[in-house]
Design a protein around this ligand. Structure first.
Ligand code: IMP
Ligand code: MG
Length: 183
């Protein structure tokens, strides 16, 4: 079990596995099939939100069997704590033009919805053909701003999670399972 090693490496904090690596991979394969059938033609632009979504992007992109562009966008809304600052900042913009494109925003988790509510509006201004969101995790209980999410990996309760890209103050991103970081 991966957590054995994990607990040794991160002995200072208690990590409780919530979603295993195998469950994540099974769900991503399902999402890939759904996305393949929802976008029958044309190029799909995958927009990965740094940094948390990079592992999800890598696996989801390979579960999609069609022409894709991949680009990255840096968004900061959190600082070092566990709650949203409510302020959204673009720290790295896209390299490619998205005018007329089918965009799929790839995100790690939707919590208050502040980040994606802002980002969706920002990308809409660039006149894409369509904008949809794929998120690995969703905490619907915490929503403050409305977000229309097309693809959700897992709905989770209101707990702070790390692993598979998700961090707490930049740590734990390399855990293979999604784990609850116990207080
Ligand atoms: P929102 O703007 O509140 O929806 O926050 C979205 C961002 O907050 C995500 O992209 C994550 O970077 C971060 N975030 C929210 N909840 C968690 C969590 O449980 N663990 C790690 N990061 C989180
Ligand atoms: Mg994020």
């Amino acid at each position: 079990m991966i957590l054995r090693g994990t607990l040794i490496n991160y002995a200072m904090s208690a990590l409780r596995p919530l979603i295993t690596e195998a469950q994540i991979q099974t769900r991503i394969a399902e999402l890939g099939r759904q996305i393949d059938s929802d976008y029958p033609d044309g190029t799909l632009y995958l927009i990965c939100i740094l940094k948390g979504a990079c592992f999800f992007l890598a696996d989801l992109a390979r579960a999609i069997h069609r022409d894709t562009f991949i680009d990255f966008m840096g968004i900061s809304s959190y600082g070092g704590g566990k709650t949203s600052s409510g302020e959204v900042r673009v720290t790295k913009d896209l390299d490619i033009s998205v005018q007329g494109a089918d965009l799929l925003i790839v995100e790690d988790i939707i919590d208050s919805g502040v980040t994606l509510n802002y980002l969706t509006q920002l990308l809409q201004q660039r006149r894409p053909r369509s904008v949809r969101i794929a998120t690995l995790l969703d905490k619907p209980e915490r929503r403050l701003r409305p977000v229309d999410v097309a693809y959700v990996g897992f709905q989770i309760p209101d707990e702070f999670v790390v692993g598979y890209g998700l961090d707490h103050a930049e740590r734990y991103r390399n855990l293979r399972d999604v784990c609850v970081l116990e207080p």
